[in-house]
Each structure stands twice: as structure tokens, then as C-alpha cells.
Design a protein around this ligand. Sequence first.
Ligand code: PHE
Ligand code: ZN
Length: 849
Amino acid sequence: MTNPAQQTIWLKDYTPPAYLVESVSLTFALAPRATRVVSKIAFRPNPETADRSFFLHGEQLNLLSAKIDGKEVTPDVTEDGLTCPAPDAPFVWEAEVEISPETNTALEGLYMSNGMYCTQCEAEGFRKITYYPDRPDVMAPFTVRIESDLPVLLSNGNPSASGDGWAEWHDPWPKPAYLFALVAGELVNHPDRFTTKSGKDVELNIWVRPGDEGKCAYGMDALKRSMTWDEEVYGREYDLDIFNIVAVDDFNMGAMENKGLNIFNSSAVLCSPETSTDANFARIEAIIAHEYFHNWTGNRITCRDWFQLCLKEGLTVYRDQQFSRDMRGEAVHRIEEVLALRARQFREDAGPLAHPVRPESFVEINNFYTATVYEKGAEVIGMLKQLVGDEGYAKALDLYFERHDGDASTIEDWLKVFEDATGRDLTQFKRWYSQAGTPQVRVTDDYADGRYTLTLEQETQPTPGQSNKDPLVIPVAVGLLNPNGDEVQPTTVLELTEAKQSFTFEGLSSRPVPSILRGFSAPVTIQKDSDDAERTFLLAHDTDPFNKWEAGRTLAKSVLSRMVLNGETAPTSYLDALRAVARDDTLDPAFRSLALALPGGEDMAQSIFALGHCPDPDAIFRACRSLRDAIAAHLSEPLASLYDQMAIDGPFSPDAKDAGRRSLRQSALSYLTRLDGGERATALYAAADNMTEQLGALASLIANGHGQSEVQSFANQWGHDRLVMDKWFGLQISHAQPEEAVSTAEALTQRDDFDWKNPNRFRSVIGALAMNSAGFHQASGAGYAFVADWLIRMDEANPQTAARMSTAFDSWRRYDADRQGMIRDALTRIGDRPNVSRDMAEMVTRMLG
Ligand code: PHE
Ligand code: ZN
């Protein structure tokens, strides 16, 4: 791993660009292996710097000619760009390069997917298209001409002219190169229109491959709702005449916010009741909103450099979460956000890949599109909003848009608008951006003579490169209940700023039960010596829905931990408490479903490790199974009636209300299948007219060792649909018994339709195995070897997707010496190849580090 490309880039080394770009004009003559790109770029010296070195990024480009102000020049070309003497005055650069989209398997730059041309430029893909200062603080208006026989030719901005075999687009809004996009293909559209609040008429399109037209309606509806929401909640209007979305099958991520031309992984936009689950609908709604919201938070105001990635991503995730809560219910959505945060971000923060929300260095920026930058970045904004209040937040955001429209900004700019709008000093708060690791807050309490004192102590464990941690500003939302279950102190936000601090509540007639961190008011872990009786009490009585759920969750984890570590059996008190939840018809079905779900293998491994033990994935799997059996037996009667009650008559609707009913029904089914030999699931599978129920029934069958014929018939029914087949691949692995997971995955990779270069298909198999905790961590090491083999293969085609999946190994230090040894060997084997990518080499180095 002494790769010369392993060069570290530092935030502290930022320097402004020597030249700025006034305008860009590009002409593409498209051909699969010999696309010609002609660029004409007007440069001017940056008045803010004396540096006059002229450098343009460029990778894997064949330079055919270059001119400055019309005169041929011969630049000095290296692997990552070119330099050339340039005037200390405005000048025009012209170049022609040749590239080969058809052989581009990395899916970065210009590439082909099913005969269609498309681009992905974030973060540094534009340099694979032409020579350019490929950095986000260089912004310019673009004019693009596309020449091709393909019928649909799209780029950013508004269409400006077209003719036979060509089209021209003009984007008036200055943008960095990472927001450039081009699409050409045989596409059909789902059209619509939107009138903005100031009366501007906007043409909307979702472009898809022929055959997928029927899967666009929901995405279009979500887009229009997003546009309205951003006007109403943030006062942000759309700013072009047209907004295009394109669905692409081969895509490394979920979607991309290119100006006026969002490109989506087809899994993040295409849906229909027959082919998509409720979870798919919810995800599509959130991603459509996310990419649309980027038009202001990301595009109109972009990032100065890639260290500021959370400026656009943390804020845009926060905004899409607010939108989803408005669409789907605050409490349930918040619980889902926290489940995802703990599963991915807490895990990341506790391991060798821990990094601050704003990292200070990187080797490959693609490796920093992480749960920390995105999800913790959003949590930090949620905390800021609690500290300054809703009104302060609204004022600060108005100021942000007013002051920084058209800028490439920094976290300093962002915090300054909050300081200026609210008068609050955010010096200490800023540590959330620079300090990695999940803080632990230890809670003790005391009651005497009507006074209740809560003492909070914070501590953050060392993370790579950061051994000393300073106290953070932590908003801890607290409420108090009296012993009969009434709330005696409504939610109040305590501001913990010191390492240790006490807060007093007066005038209480008896010792209250505290409800701490309501609404999950900060991304921390809480440690409190509560017993199961207190948790059961909160599960029954807490008025804060998040903490009501959380009480059940901590209870389940405590029960499961004792089952794993001491061989105990599930206590009746716990089963009774869960039965009360199942029977409580005043609770929203979606909430009840979440409350009935048990922590998974990964979640329990995290908890057991936090308790100071080495997690045994097999023992965790067995304990979870035995708890499921105990719940199924103890709750069989309410679960059976829920299963009947939650059935829906009438046509399918993907709305949150019906989705909640289906989810609760599915929870009931997953327990009941352990008792009824698969009778209900078999019947549901046969009768289902929507993918949520069809797949849910199949999952219950597979998890309980049934369903062989259904697995077959599902493939016969859906073999033509890539997105549905991705689910089919994944399900068989994620629900496989631990000892069968690897062989199932292996068998699936032998199939002709295991098109591994497609990132969705790759993830549906390799990713599903990595997520089946007991299967992946089989003591034989077969899971590690299998995943390592595939990562090596993928790294040669698509480093970004391979490197992202290598995080499967990031929790390795939790496990026993044998497993650690095998994982270390697997990582070494991946990293020690002569042709290892920069992406993968960095990941392996950090994980082994
Ligand atoms: N910027 C995209 C988003 O979050 C994510 C992305 C990053 C997509 C890099 C592709 C490549 O919306
Ligand atoms: Zn984003």
C-alpha cells in the first residue's frame, strides 16, 4: 500500500484558484468509443490571488488539440492534468479531447448504461470529460451542444436550440463542474407542469427507458409536493423553465442533483404498487425531495471545497427529513431516522473510519460520502434549530440564502448567519463539526424535599487522530412523569455545555421518572442505571412518542443482552409489556409495528460490545430467534387478531396510513409464521396484489425455512424486471439461516442474470450478505473470503462502489481473535494488490490503521 496516488489533501492547505471561469461552451460529438469533446472556456485571472499558475484537471483524456486565444499551445500533460503558460489577463482556452464512454465501468464521468449516454460528475468526474479547473469554487454559466442520432438529448438549464441530430442547452446559473450533466438516449417521458408561487410555469419530465412509463407517476407527484413544500417552508422557488429527471440503471449512488437535470438510480425513482414496497415508495419520495432541495442548498449555494460537503449534504438531508416528517408523521419518521443513524453512523463513529462531520483530510473524496457527513451532519442542524428556536432558525436561513446566493461557501459562513441572525455565540457549538465520535451522556439523579436534580456528564472516546475530546454543546430534551404516569414537567431543553453539569426541578410532590433525550434531541448515547421496571413504565406512559418507543427498544436490548450473555430466558414482564402495546388500539399502527420490531444482529453486536463484551454473532442470532418464539407464543392471540384487523379492502394506496397498517400486519405475520407452519404467509403470497405483501410474505416464508416453490414462482413472474429481481436476490440472502447465507449467495452469483457490474445487483448479493450479521461472520471465515473476492473483482471495474462496500469490515475490532485474524487477512489481500484503486487503498489503510 505504498501507492504513489495515496496523496493526502488537507483542509488547511486550501488556496483560491489562480484563474476564474467566465463562461464555458462544450460540444459533444457522441460515439461509444470515440466521443469528441470540444471545449471553449473564457478564463480571467482571479483578482484575489497573485498566483498565476495555470493548471487544468484531466484524467484518462486523449488531448487532440489545445489553443490559447486562437494560437496552438503544447501543454505539459500528466496523469491528473495539464499545465501551460497562460496570460496574466483574460483569455480563451480551446481544446478537443477524445473519450470512451462505452468502456467506462467506473460510472464516473461520461458513461453508457443500456445504450444510453449519461454522466456522473460529483465529486471529481468532470475531469474525465474534459480539461477543466474541476473544483467547486470555480463557477460558470455553461452552454452545451450535443450531436447524436439518439432522439433525446439533454443537458443542464433551458433548451436553447435544436435541429436534426443536435440540441443545444444553456444554463444561466453559474455552477461548478460537478453539477454538469448530459444524457442522450432512446427515452420516453412522463410529463407534467408546475406553476411556482410567483406564477412561473415550469415544464417537468421524468425520462425513462421504454417500458418504464408506468412507473413514474409517484415520483412526479413527490416532485410537485417537494416544490410546493420548499416554497411554503423555506420560501424557495424553482429558477429554470424546465426540470428534468432521468432514470438510469447503472448508478453508483441514489441520485444526483445536477442543475435542472437530476439523474437517478432507477431504484430511487421508478415505482408502482405491483413492483415496489412501501419502503421503496418512502425512499423514493425522500430522494426526489432531497435532490430537488439541492437546487438551493447545494446548487445556488455550493461548497467552497469538498471538506465543506456537509454544508450541502447535512442541510439537504435535514430538509428532506423535515419534508418526510410532514408527509408521513413526525414520530414514526423520527424513529426511522434514528434507527438508520444508529445502524450506520454510530457504527462508523465507533470504529476505525470515524471522522468529523467536516473532515480535515482525505485521500479520495468519494470515500467521504458517509453517514457521518450526511446523517450526523443533519443531526447537527437539528440541534442548532433547537438551540436558536424555530424563529431563529427561519431568520438564519433567510439570511443564508440572501447573503450567500451564488457563492461557494464554508461552514464558517453557515455558522456566521446563525450568529448574526440570533446573536448567539456558536464557538463551542462548532466543535460538532470538528470532533469525531459519538458522545456518551451519563445520567444520575437525586430527589429530596420536592427538588429533583439531574446530573449529566459527557464523554467522547478517542477516535483515529483525535485523542483528546472537548465538551460539546448538547441539547438534552427532558420531561418528568410522576409515578402514576402523569407528566409533571413538559418537555424542556437542557443545554449541557460542561463535562459535568446539574439541573434542578423544584416543587415536585414525589420522585419523578425522567424521560431523557426526548425526540432524540442530540446524536449521543445515554447511560443511566435504569432497571427494566422503569423502562416498562416509560413504554406504557411516556407522552413523547420517540421516548416511548425508545423505552421499548432499550428494554428489548437489555432482555436480549441477558439472554446472550447469561443464557436467561425472556421475562414475562417484558412479554406482558409488549402484549399491551400490541393490544393498544389508540396507538398508530406504524408506531406499533416499530415497537414490535426487535433489534437486529448488528444492533445487538454494537450493544454487547458497548457493554464490554465480545459479540458472538451466532449466539446473538439464537437469542433473537428464541425471543421471537417467546413473543410469538405469548402474543399469539393479539397478533392473530391484528393480522386480520389490519387487512385493507379496496385499492392500493402508498400513503403513510395504509403503509402503516401493512407494516403492522407484516410484523404480526413474521411472528405468526413461527407458529402456523407458514399457512398465513403462503395464503398471503398467493393472494397479494402488491409488492409490499408479496415480498413480506415471501420473507416470512424464507426466514422460517419454507417458500421454495414461491422463490421459484417469484423469479418466473418477475424475471423481466431488474428492480424486482434485485429484491429477489437480496431477500434470499438476508433471510437465510446463518450457515446457509454464504452458499446461497455463492449460488446466486452463478446465475446468468447476476450482472455484477451493475451496482444495484452487486449490492443485492454482496451487500445483503454483509448485512446478514450471523451469516457474514460465520466462524469458518467463508463470508469474509466471499466478500473479499468480490470486492477485489469490483475494485478493478468500479472502485467507488467497491470501496463503499468494504465498510462491511469496519467493525472488525469488536470480534474475537480468530475472526479478527481472518478479517485482517481479507483486508490485507484486498489492499496489497499492485492495481488496487486509490479509493480502496485508502479504505483498507484506515480500517487496518
Ligand atoms: N450529491 C448526491 C446526493 O447526495 C450524492 C452523490 C454523490 C451522487 C456522488 C453521486 C456521486 O444527493
Ligand atoms: Zn445530497
